[in-house]
Design a protein around this ligand. Structure first.
Ligand code: BEZ
Length: 189
């Protein structure tokens, strides 16, 4: 799949002429939104897990030294906690541009803390995109993140802010917390 996913995403008109759409965030969207939204609340999606398996050439790394950022992998029986935003369709033009390094729009069902559910949209970098890095041990991922930086800042800032935000939400994520632990050890050395 092409490295720049903007054209594919523009053609994925998954919600017709709906003017308010729920967006599920599981990465930097948990702690930062650089767009207007109508509502924001914690949510989860079932049967997906967060993994730092996607390469970042344009935010937390460079083309010559990509960083590692989050994507989702299908994982029956697991839950991925995140943050949902109710947004208008223009937000997707902005996100298509911001996340053009391999992420595609998909529909998903999300569940809010009160048990209510909604259909919405999530961006996922699948393994067929050119920037995909794939699995590695959490120790290796931490070493990689420790040494990477890009136009949006150091790669470790992204991981550490995400871990803090998940803790604030009282959510467990063994993958993220294990990378965080390895990263803290590297930063102490
Ligand atoms: C997020 O959930 O933070 C996110 C991740 C990848 C693309 C867009 C949003």
């Amino acid at each position: 799949m092409a490295h720049d996913t903007q054209a594919i995403n523009r053609a994925r008109n998954l919600f017709g002429d709906q003017q308010q759409i729920w967006l599920f965030g599981y990465g930097s969207l948990i702690f930062k939104a650089d767009f207007d939204y109508l509502e924001r609340k914690p949510a989860r999606i079932d049967n997906w897990s967060r993994r730092f398996w996607q390469g970042s050439h344009d935010h937390r790394g460079t083309p010559g030294a990509p960083g590692r950022v989050a994507t989702l992998i299908e994982s029956p029986g697991t839950v991925c906690a995140g943050m949902a935003y109710l947004v208008t369709p223009e937000v997707f033009d902005h996100l298509d541009h911001r996340e053009k390094n391999g992420y595609l729009r998909f529909t998903t069902e999300m569940t809010f803390h009160d048990g209510e559910q909604a259909q919405g949209l999530v961006y996922i970098a699948t393994e067929d995109n050119e920037a995909y890095l794939g699995p590695a041990s959490e120790e290796h991922i931490a070493q990689h993140i420790f040494s990477a930086a890009g136009p949006s800042g150091p790669n470790d800032e992204y991981l550490l802010r995400l871990a803090d935000s998940l803790r604030d939400l009282n959510e467990d994520d063994p993958h993220v917390y294990s990378i965080e632990e390895h990263l803290q050890a590297l930063k102490k050395d």
